[in-house]
Design a protein around this ligand. Structure first.
Ligand code: GLU
Length: 464
């Protein structure tokens, strides 16, 4: 086939009626991967003909989501709203060729007739009454495309295999509404054909539209693209992923401190596999992606797995890069990065146990606080009169100790503890609580070295 030798052209065609959804992002990703793998073109088309529900804010937010995920497009964004005259010209063409007609039936009239069909055991659909009606009536009308009375339309789906549809089951599709606006199924065919899209990869919620679109391609003299319909993403209860299952917008995952590479890896693995491999760099995904390995049943969105992947990507980033990435999270909560604290070292100590940038920023806050707030329950449990006495003595010991490196501090404090016939554990937890306000932190000597002498002494004095 001619398409085989063509450079592939793929597209992502979101409707800007909401933010970029996790499912939409996966659709964009699979199109992008195939385009990149085959040195093809990836087009971004905004399907904004629904003027009531489309907003510029959503257009910007969808593009921001794609930019964050680094799903770059080669053409676009093209807006359907700029192409209304084009769609009109094709409506005229179909009318002139007798392939479409004006339908003057009201919704109520159609409803009554459909109910009668149902009552007589027929499948209810528009009965084609206006195919033979006077086309010059001065009444509101929509325009319908004449469906085929018989035969089958087969969708040769790249993922699902061949799927057959009986033409007789299809209504005469509305291609232009009573208000004069063209419909989705019509615009999408004209755009995909004129933009020379070779592969249409989208959610399988569109599978039923595809035979209608194929018939429109044929009627307008276009060659249909190849189609691939991706199974839906499911929530943990195996129902279609929705807000009930938690955040569904891509940018919400950015806010929660996920890394774009982790989310890309995660999305790729929902419904696509390559043996048992779980971790894929972008380059590997581009190399290994194939439609054959996309599953035919819905993939589950597993938040725990996303956290696991994110932790993996996070700990493999270098400390300076992480510092740049985590800073906005700290600043959002009113913290200022001060040169007194070597943040890259602080990050190094916490990145292994942080699964998200948000968790990492939480783990860093104690370094930046002016003073530590200690929960009364922790105070009662750990800062006993005896512990306070020990901390006071420790504070004196290290006040005169000039080398505040981890090894030197450890040697100094070990010596003092042994001298008193104590064990590190007698001092470590009260010390940790006094310095961080928490019982969980990096190693005590490491964190003291990062916190610095001045802050350590100040915090010890504050409790003793
Ligand atoms: N605008 C449609 C949607 O957001 C895209 C349909 C398609 O890819 O053909 O569902």
């Amino acid at each position: 086939m001619a398409q085989e030798t063509q450079t592939p052209r793929l597209r992502f065609a979101p409707s800007p009626t909401g933010h970029l959804h996790i499912g939409g992002a996966r659709t964009a990703l699979f199109n992008w991967l195939y385009a990149r793998q085959n040195k093809g073109t990836f087009v971004l088309r905004i399907e904004d003909t629904d003027r009531e529900r489309s907003t510029d804010e959503y257009v910007h937010s969808i593009m921001a989501g794609m930019e964050w995920l680094q799903l770059d497009w080669n053409e676009g964004p093209l807006h359907q709203i700029d192409r209304m005259d084009l769609y009109k010209s094709y409506v005229e063409k179909l009318l002139n060729e007798g392939k479409a007609y004006k339908c003057f039936c009201t919704a109520e009239e159609i409803d009554v007739r459909k109910k009668a069909m149902l009552a007589s055991g027929q499948k209810p659909k528009y009965d084609g009454l206006c195919r033979n009606a006077n086309q010059n009536q001065q009444k509101p009308f929509c325009i319908r495309f004449i469906s085929k009375p018989e035969g089958t339309t087969i969708v040769h789906d790249l993922i699902k295999g061949d799927v057959s549809f009986e033409n007789a089951e299809m209504d005469d599709l509305v291609i232009q509404r009573t208000d004069g606006t063209p419909t989705y199924n019509f615009c999408v065919v004209i755009d995909d054909a004129l933009m020379r899209i070779t592969h249409i990869i989208r959610g399988d919620d569109h599978l039923n539209n595809t035979p209608r679109q194929i018939l429109l391609y044929e009627a307008m003299g276009f060659t249909p693209a190849k189609f691939g319909h991706l199974p839906m993403i499911l929530g943990s209860d195996k129902t279609r992923l929705s807000k009930r299952h938690g955040a569904t917008s891509v940018l919400a995952y950015r806010e929660m401190g996920f890394l774009p590479d982790a989310l890309i890896n995660f999305l790729a693995r929902i419904g696509w596999s390559f043996g048992d491999q779980e971790i894929f760099s972008r380059e590997e995904l581009i190399e290994k992606f194939s439609f054959e390995n996309v599953g035919t049943s819905g993939g589950v969105f597993n938040q725990e797995k996303l956290l696991w992947l994110n932790a993996h990507y996070l700990k493999n980033l270098d400390d300076k890069t992480l510092q740049v990435m985590v800073t906005p999270f700290l600043e959002k909560d009113g913290f200022r990065i001060s040169p007194e604290i070597p943040m890259d070292k602080a990050i190094h100590l916490s990145k292994e146990r942080s699964r998200t940038l948000l968790e990492l920023s939480e783990a860093l806050k104690f370094y930046l606080h002016q003073s530590v707030t200690i929960d009364p329950a922790l105070k009662e449990k750990f800062l006993t009169p005896l512990a306070i006495e020990l901390l006071r003595e420790l504070s004196h010991q290290i006040e005169t100790h000039s080398d505040f490196s981890e090894t030197s501090l450890k040697a100094k404090i070990d010596e003092w503890i042994t001298g008193k016939g104590l064990k590190l554990k007698d001092v470590a937890q009260p010390l940790r609580v006094a310095l961080t306000g928490s019982t969980v932190s990096p190693g005590i000597f490491e964190l003291m070295a990062v916190l610095g002498k001045e802050k350590v002494i100040q915090r010890l004095k504050a409790v003793s």
